[in-house]
Design a protein around this ligand. Structure first.
Ligand SMILES: O=C(O)CCC(=O)C(=O)O
Length: 306
């Protein structure tokens, strides 16, 4: 049942003793201990406003489509929500088409944060926007480790240390609107077999998935984020997020993941020798038919809701 996850410990930049703001190196210690870190206020209010406008533009583009859509690496996930009707749940690689999102993915501050862990030759695997409108019947991401999605596995080496998933909060994220929840220390766990391994975006967040693995749901922490805060975690950190029960707050997030270039045969360059690299013609990331079927096409046989 959506929302069956237990009330978890709340962790935010301001209530975990991280104020005054983290010095840049402190986030490394936090990450190494817990498997995730939050850095408050990396992006300013005006930058967040630009990112929000960019995401609104992408949403408008996506919403023109009657069904889930792909054009090369660009992908819009359209769904029929039981409460809201047609919704845009996700966009992948909208940065090809939007200069604000494109600049942000290679912002030097992101390299400053990740360089101590990954070095300065970084490719990018995920470029994603997630919308979680208030009242949506299906907005959860069930508990998972991102290692599950890194395919083909042989394209990735040193998976415990080569990769960081990052999130920029555009809306506030809190318990009531489906903030990300993480299991501290899980970055040291092996790849786990979650029950059923059902699609992450179609499965409710439930404590049962943790209990089934012998894990204690009471240890889960909720990452409360303010707009402009930056969070990151690794491929093994258990995380997920629940429904948006908040009547007013949407929960918009911009996700980018980075991999040490020498440890991966896939991905778009983001930083080469410490210098930001712009996107060009799409290269192989995870759309296997990029070169065989690059043309725009729909992924669903029928328009959603029909
Ligand atoms: O947007 C969310 O809450 C989920 C993000 C997530 O699970 C992921 O990026 O792997």
């Amino acid at each position: 049942m959506p929302g069956s996850a237990s009330g978890s410990t709340r962790i935010s930049a301001s209530n975990q003793g991280l104020q005054p703001p983290l010095r840049l190196r402190d986030h490394i210690a936090q990450y190494l201990e817990l498997g995730y870190a939050i850095i408050p206020g990396v992006f300013s209010a005006s930058e967040v406003a630009s990112l929000r406008a960019a995401c609104d533009w992408v949403h408008h583009q996506a919403d023109q489509h009657p069904a889930s859509f792909r054009h090369k690496n660009l992908h819009y996930r359209i769904a029929q929500d039981a409460n809201l009707g047609k919704v845009v749940r996700m966009a992948q690689w909208a940065a090809y088409d939007n200069p604000v999102l494109e600049r942000c993915r290679r912002d030097p501050r992101i390299l400053d944060i990740l360089e101590p862990l990954l070095g300065n030759n970084l490719k990018q695997i995920i470029n994603q926007i997630h919308w979680k409108p208030p009242g949506a019947a299906q907005a959860d991401f069930c508990y998972h480790q991102d290692i599950r999605f890194r395919r083909p596995r042989e394209a990735y080496r040193n998976t415990r240390t080569c990769y960081m998933q990052t999130a920029i909060a555009i809306d506030p994220h809190h318990e009531g609107n489906g903030a990300l929840r993480v299991y501290p220390g899980s970055h040291r766990m092996p790849e786990l077999k979650f029950s059923g391994d059902s699609p992450v975006m179609e499965s409710a967040l439930t404590d049962r998935d943790l209990e089934g693995l012998g894990l204690d749901p009471a240890k889960i922490v909720t990452l409360e984020l303010a707009p402009g805060d930056f969070a990151f975690w690794n491929l093994y950190t258990i995380h997920g997020s629940g429904p948006n029960f908040d009547g007013a707050d949407s929960r918009l997030v911009y996700l980018n993941s980075y991999v040490r270039a020498e440890d991966c045969d896939r991905g778009e360059w983001a930083f080469k020798g410490g210098r930001p690299v712009r996107l060009g013609e799409p290269v192989l990331v995870h759309y296997e038919d990029l070169y065989r079927r690059p043309e725009p096409h729909y992924l669903d046989a029928k328009p959603v809701g029909s």
